[in-house]
Design a binder for this molecule. Sequence first.
Ligand code: SAM
Length: 271
Amino acid sequence: MYQLLKKLSFYLSLIKFSLIHPKSGLDLINEANQVSDDIKHEFKKFEFKPVSFSQALNLIFGKNEEIKDELTKIDDLEKHLKYFFENISGEYPSIEKPYPVDYSIVGESGPFLYRLCKLVKPELIVETGVAYGISSSYILKALDENNKGKLISIDSIFRPWQSKEMIGSAIPKNLRNRWELKIGTSEKILKKTLTTLPSIDIFLHDSLHTYKNMHYEFKTSWPFIKENGFLLSDDISSNNAFSDFYKSIKKEPIIMLQNQNSQSYLGILRK
Ligand SMILES: C[S@@+](CC[C@H](N)C(=O)[O-])C[C@H]1O[C@@H](n2cnc3c(N)ncnc32)[C@H](O)[C@@H]1O
């Protein structure tokens, strides 16, 4: 009974919030519709053979003996992120804790992003979906060491418990000089952002994992990626958007197992 009342009061607060903030209300409805479309639609599971972190890097760059040594350089960043999560207060969802703590990019994906950026030395990266900023932190750590490049991140704030301050709040302050945050849904601002930029080296999707949104982001970003650049996507097994997309452009992906326990996968496409 208590749980039911809690749920009811949560939905009532969403309705009240939407009436006061009609634009956010429309974004909430749009998101709810996309999620419900995905639940109704039965996705035929696509088959793939995932590889490990080091196999993924070997497939892209050939055998690379420096990988282990390089990774000791992220020890301090990982300590900082661990400390951030140990000290984040409040109950999810709330202004103090707008995202669940396990919402961030998981397992090997952070070190993979760091290593990829160390090897590619990108000038420009665009990512969608920041939350506390774990993927952003690994990318920015590599850009800082490269002494080159910029990360543009897109995230939305249309839920009543979200605030601009919490987006990217885990990113160490000394890594923020190569970071620009744009607020808005990817549907509204991704294309507009990409058209104002020179072509990009890497695009990373980690925002709303619905078929419609993922497919839209892949289709929109692909023409703006440089030859030999990368399109990366978190959680590709949520639906068939990634497999439909790579088949449509006739490219073979690399699919990396992010975490043995969570069975989540990072999709990698090279242009
Ligand atoms: C899975 S989290 C991102 C985790 C992050 N990459 C990390 O490693 O910490 C998803 C984020 O996407 C944002 N988001 C959800 N729907 C979105 C949309 N339509 N457009 C842009 N961002 C969205 C959420 O606000 C949330 O911050």
